[in-house]
Ligand binder design. Structure first.
Ligand code: LMR
Length: 329
């Protein structure tokens, strides 16, 4: 058996966590020979819910789940963790934009960055899901100067998956045949859904679909608005699909990326090859390199449509950064 991996999950009593924890404990992500400890965090008023979740985890008698810790004290529960899945944040409700949450949630990430900085395992990898996830991730990495910015990510995989499904359906293809789909920028309604570089059966998606009006119009806006549309219908935000995207994103950073492929992830923009502002967490086409770092894939085609849309999402991220400037070190 391998040494124990410790995973902290914040927002542990919430609905995304409920879709995530049991698969994690079952070994779906780290494999059948990797024992894990789950450190599950939520607010003091959510502790009864956490106790219930912990009891259910015990009742599954998962062989790989060696420890369950629950509580509201981030300082003790972030200690020694190898992975941090930060779901905990005030959720968006109908009519709210993600940036409405910025200040309230920013303070949580300010503190958590400092705790990770001091107490997490030195090789910790941190995936931010709580919105606005890009800027929350930026706050974290600024407040964790002893860790590398390369250890912090923001989830845009849900947007990628949404786009892949829509393209596959339109092209009467299998979702597996849709590859190289990039989400650029912010996980928000300004996100850029890149159909220019996406492929279907290895051919340019735009050539296969041959309907630029649909690609720039309904397809693009449908993916951008999907999160809000689900909130309107369910009365709460995506849960099972978010958990599924977290698994996909985590697998992408645990396994080498297949030659010629990439995935979407919010990463620190310093040194990026596309001229995006250098101090943002921005979603790019990414791949895992031989050193185990996520790097941005260069040389994608930038047509005028993409350029214009990328400028808009970049502007939004710069505005978000200005709003929380006091939380950056
Ligand atoms: C989503 O994209 O469904 C989530 O990030 C929830 C939201 O606020 O849109």
């Amino acid at each position: 058996m391998k040494p124990l991996k410790r995973i902290v999950i914040t927002g542990g009593a919430g609905h995304v966590a409920y879709s995530l924890l049991f698969k994690l404990a079952q070994g779906d992500l780290f494999g059948p020979d990797q024992p894990i400890a789950l450190h599950i965090v939520d607010l003091p008023e959510m502790q009864k819910g956490l106790e219930g979740v912990a009891m259910e985890l015990e009742d599954c008698a998962f062989p790989l789940l060696k420890e369950i810790k629950i509580g509201s004290d981030a300082a003790s529960l972030f200690s020694g963790v190898h992975f941090a899945l930060l779901l905990g944040a005030k959720p968006r409700t109908a009519g709210m934009e993600r940036k409405d949450l910025l200040l309230d949630n920013g303070k949580i990430f300010f503190t958590q960055g400092q705790i990770l900085n001091q107490l997490a395992s030195r090789d910790v990898r941190v995936l931010v899901v709580g919105n606005p996830c890009n800027t929350n991730s930026l706050i974290l990495l600024h407040n964790a100067p002893t860790l590398s910015p390369k250890q912090f990510y923001a989830l845009t995989r849900l947007d990628q998956n949404r786009a892949v499904y829509q393209l596959a359906t339109r092209a009467h293809a299998n979702v597996r045949d849709v590859t190289n789909l990039t989400i650029w920028g912010n996980h928000s309604s300004t996100q850029v859904v890149d159909f220019v570089n996406a492929k279907i059966h290895g051919r340019r998606a735009a050539d296969v679909i041959n309907d630029r009006k649909w690609l720039e119009g309904d397809f693009f806006s449908q993916v951008q608005k999907r999160g809000s549309d689900i909130i309107k219908l369910r009365g709460k935000s995506s849960a099972a699909s978010a958990a599924n995207a977290i698994f996909d994103a985590m697998r992408s950073i645990l396994e080498p990326t297949k030659q010629g492929h990439w995935f979407s992830m919010g990463v620190y923009s310093a040194g990026n090859p596309y001229g995006v502002d250098e101090d943002l967490v921005f979603s790019f086409p990414c791949r895992m390199n031989d050193k185990g770092d996520v790097e941005v894939v260069p040389n994608l085609i930038m047509d005028p449509f993409l350029k214009e849309k990328i400028a808009v999402t970049q502007k939004e991220l710069i505005e978000e950064r200005t709003l929380i400037a006091d939380l950056l070190k």
